[in-house]
Design a protein around this ligand. Structure first.
Ligand SMILES: [Zn+2]
Length: 292
């Protein structure tokens, strides 16, 4: 199979031209620098690279606001299996593009920290939520642990976050709007609150808002059936739909998984070679689209 080399590395030709979706490899650390380019946010250059396909798309579609939604456990292979259960996400993907994106971690906190900061876990050292506090205590102004929402805030933009309470607390006073959702045994209800609070947050017209939706991850841990996973994906999609319908027309949607599904072994026994490859390479879906 032919490979071509670009400024971003070597890509497989069949992957590039598979269909209108882009299956080029990227990493979750590329998201923060890409957003900084789109919203003209000054940030100390992190490890990740700007994804030109996204910045060009944002320019062409004249998007001015960024809605960053992290869908916990949305691996790339899983996303492909769940497309029918996620019509809102499909609609957004069809308006833009889908990347096969490498996650730098297999757990939520380090992966999300990489998405927000543009650094790998071995650089940001944020493995547990408590680490965020410890790092901050050590050096409050350490740019490596500054999130793209904070860089945005420092550049005069309105940034918001809707995430579990502890995560939100770590950003309180550092950005415009922090919406903490108390953790709950009822993850469907929890996600619903995330969507409702995002709708509230959108009323202040933020330039960038980051949101974390968790039902698929919880169901992957608790359950043994694909029907349950599909049900959780349907619920996640409904919440994405709620958020989508309350955004402005000039919004750019960046929606990604944080790591492939946990409890991999249990699920891999039911799936095929592609899912196993996806799991071992830690590929997640990165979906970019707009309302155009
Ligand atoms: Zn996670």
């Amino acid at each position: 199979m032919a490979d071509i080399k670009t400024e971003y590395g070597k890509y497989n030709v069949t992957q590039i031209f598979a269909h209108m979706n882009l299956n080029t490899e990227c990493s979750l650390v590329d998201i923060a620098p890409t957003i900084s380019e789109i919203l003209h946010i000054n940030m100390v250059k992190p490890h990740g690279h700007v994804l030109n396909q996204i910045t060009e798309y944002a320019r062409e579609n004249k998007t001015r606001k960024v809605i960053l939604i992290i869908v916990d456990s949305l691996g790339y292979a899983l996303y492909q299996r769940l497309t029918e259960s996620m019509p809102n996400l499909q609609k957004i993907a069809n308006s833009g593009m889908v990347f096969k994106c490498k996650s730098p971690a297999d757990h939520t906190t380090p992966a999300i920290a990489s998405i927000f900061t543009g650094y790998y876990p071995e650089e940001h050292h944020l493995y547990y939520t408590d680490d965020i506090y410890k790092e901050r205590a050590k050096d409050e102004y350490n740019p490596k642990i500054k999130t793209i929402m904070e860089w945005g805030h420092d550049s005069g933009l309105k940034s918001g976050i809707v995430i579990e309470s502890l995560g939100a607390e770590s950003l309180a006073g550092r950005i415009y709007g922090t919406f903490g959702i108390p953790d709950s045994d009822d993850i469907i209800e929890y996600d619903k609150k995330v969507a409702e609070n995002t709708v509230k947050a959108l009323k202040s017209n933020p330039d960038i808002i980051a949101v974390h939706i968790r039902a698929i991850d919880r169901f992957a841990h608790m359950s043994d059936t694909w029907d349950d996973i599909k049900y959780s994906a349907g619920s996640v999609d409904e919440n994405i739909g709620t958020i989508y319908s309350h955004t402005r027309d000039d919004s750019l949607f960046i929606i990604c998984g944080d790591h492939p599904i946990h409890s991999g072994k249990k699920w891999l026994e039911m799936t095929g070679k592609n899912d196993a490859e996806n799991y071992h390479n830690r590929y997640v879906a990165l979906i970019v689209g707009s309302k155009k």
